[in-house]
Design a protein around this ligand. Structure first.
Ligand SMILES: *Cc1c(COP(=O)(O)O)cnc(C)c1O
Length: 231
């Protein structure tokens, strides 16, 4: 093990400890929260090192970057999540490379992903991204548009609707952030009544995974706390 590999293992065990403690504090089962490693700006070697510690799910924000790294990691059974803002001219590449897309927020993207998902692959897992703090520049649909978008996704045989994703406002203080997470919990529980298989509420990052888990997150997206500060 190199020095940096042991640092990776130590950071992973710290993050796992935080998730466990948050589950315990919330009265939730320890296996009710999955960990997604956010690997934007990280090398294929760093991803490989984390995979060697037992992590298989990785999140990427940029299609070019993911396409550059994926071939170097083709020997590993990785689960790739696209978590960045998605432009319609990139949907074809996203539909073939990724297993999940967490940033679906409009009809046009739904139709393109559904048409472009390769026929020899299992249906693409999708989450609807919700702009929970109504920030003008942020991706995500308004909460009152979730139902309509969900109906369109549920009609697509090449897509599997799995739930919701959100990134609360960066400037929010602890109370405002927890309130946003609680609004997401209600939206998710309401959506889950509409169809089978809606099992994923993606929220919580390095700085706020505890309040997200308190509010019912089932998937935390963690970059910095696993890999160290972004370069
Ligand atoms: C970068 C990113 C993360 C991870 O953020 P950290 O603070 O490094 O844990 C999570 N979700 C999304 C959508 C991101 O872009």
């Amino acid at each position: 093990m190199t020095n940096s590999d042991s640092e990776t293992a130590a950071r992973l065990s710290a993050v796992r400890g935080r998730i466990l403690a948050a589950c315990r504090a919330a009265g939730r089962a320890p296996d009710s929260v999955r960990l997604l490693a956010v690997s934007k700006t990280r090398s294929a070697a760093e991803i490989r090192a984390l995979h060697a510690c037992g992590i298989a799910a990785f999140g990427e924000n940029y299609v070019d970057e993911a396409e550059a790294k994926a071939p170097e990691l083709a020997d590993l059974a990785l689960e790739w999540h696209f978590i960045g803002p998605l432009q319609s001219n990139k949907t074809q590449r996203v539909a073939s490379l990724f297993d999940w897309v967490q940033s679906v927020d409009r009809d046009k993207i739904v139709h393109r992903l559904a048409a472009q998902r390769p026929a020899d692959r299992v249906p693409l897992n999708v989450l609807i991204q919700v702009n929970i703090d109504a920030e003008p520049q942020k991706a995500g649909c308004a909460p009152d548009r979730i139902d309509q978008l969900a109906d369109i996704i549920l009609e697509q045989p090449r897509l599997a609707l799995r739930g919701l994703m959100a990134i609360p406002a960066a400037a929010a203080d602890g109370a405002a952030r927890s309130a946003a997470f609680e609004r997401m919990r209600v939206l998710f529980e309401t959506l889950a009544l509409r169809a089978d298989g809606i099992d994923t509420l993606s929220m919580g990052m390095s700085a706020d995974l505890e309040p997200a888990i308190q509010s019912g997150s089932t998937l935390v997206r963690v970059g910095t706390a696993l890999f160290g500060p972004r370069r």
